[in-house]
Design a protein. Structure first.
Lengths: 86, 182
């Protein structure tokens, strides 16, 4: 039996979201740099930031009741003396 | 005439006649596919939870939540990338040249330009049901330069764009004839 605390998965999620954040900032930089005089670019950037903020708020609301210190168990397959997986 | 916007390397006496972008329908197509994908994912998640309500009671529920949010965040980010690509593809038609600015990848941008007097041929095409209904298509500009042709992709009113370029070429040729006439 392999017991993993849930906060391991939360840390993994944070690591993935760090990649997401870097890509988002690069995208916003591109958009605002090349379309600085365009009215559409700041609007698109604002919509992206607003919806992303909304998703983060939703994430915190949904996960606020989760006990991240709890563990989840993975049952490893049992191997008999003959080496047969049961 | 779009006189309030200037190109970075605008020539003296150069005026931007038209700024061309891909048709709005292209943005709507991207938006449709994003909404369709998210609807499919959310519907699938609800169907799984309805079929197996015990998942909510298990300790795997937080892992599904994390996976679900990760999927949503990255789907939203890739939609934003595709919209940025749509916004950053621009064609400028000035009284002296055409400038083609293409965002070819996220960290790759290509800018090409050609003087009007080096343009050999301009043609427009509208192919397909949606382009015909919503009047968008391609404009091909054949040039005598290193880059043999420019392609205005999925632009609104391609016939009008072709007409504008042809008129500008004619004006440019008339000016050159006047200059060369003693």
């Amino acid at each position: 039996m392999l017991n993993l605390p849930l906060y391991y998965f939360l840390y993994l999620f944070f690591a993935v979201m760090l990649v997401w954040l870097v890509m988002s900032l690069a995208g916003l930089f591109h958009l605002l740099r090349y379309c600085a005089k365009d009215k559409k670019a700041p609007f698109i950037a604002l919509v992206f930031v607003s919806v992303s903020a909304g998703l983060f708020i939703l994430f915190f609301i949904i996960t606020s009741n989760i006990d991240w210190l709890a563990e989840i168990s993975f049952s490893l397959p049992a191997v008999s003396q003959q080496g047969i997986i049961q | 005439m779009e006189s309030n916007i200037k190109l970075k390397d605008q020539l003296p006496d150069e005026v931007i006649i038209k700024i061309v972008r891909r048709d709005l329908i292209i943005f709507l197509k991207k938006l449709f596919w994003f909404v369709f994908t998210m609807t499919l994912a959310i519907t699938g998640a609800f169907m799984i939870l309805n079929a197996f309500p015990a998942i909510l009671e298990t300790s795997f529920y937080p892992v599904f939540v994390l996976f679900g949010f990760g999927f949503v965040f990255f789907a939203w980010l890739f939609f934003f990338f595709s919209i940025t690509d749509y916004v950053l593809d621009i064609w400028y038609i000035t009284n002296k040249r055409i400038v083609d600015i293409q965002q070819t990848g996220f960290f790759s941008r290509k800018i090409s330009e050609q003087y009007l007097n080096r343009i050999q041929d301009v043609s427009s095409e509208t192919i397909g049901v949606l382009p015909t209904l919503f009047k968008y298509g391609n404009v091909r500009v054949q040039t005598a330069g290193e880059r043999e042709h420019f392609l205005f992709e999925e632009v609104p009113e391609p016939d009008a764009v072709r007409q504008i370029i042809m008129e500008l070429i004619q004006k440019s040729n008339d000016v050159n004839v006047q200059k060369n006439t003693p």
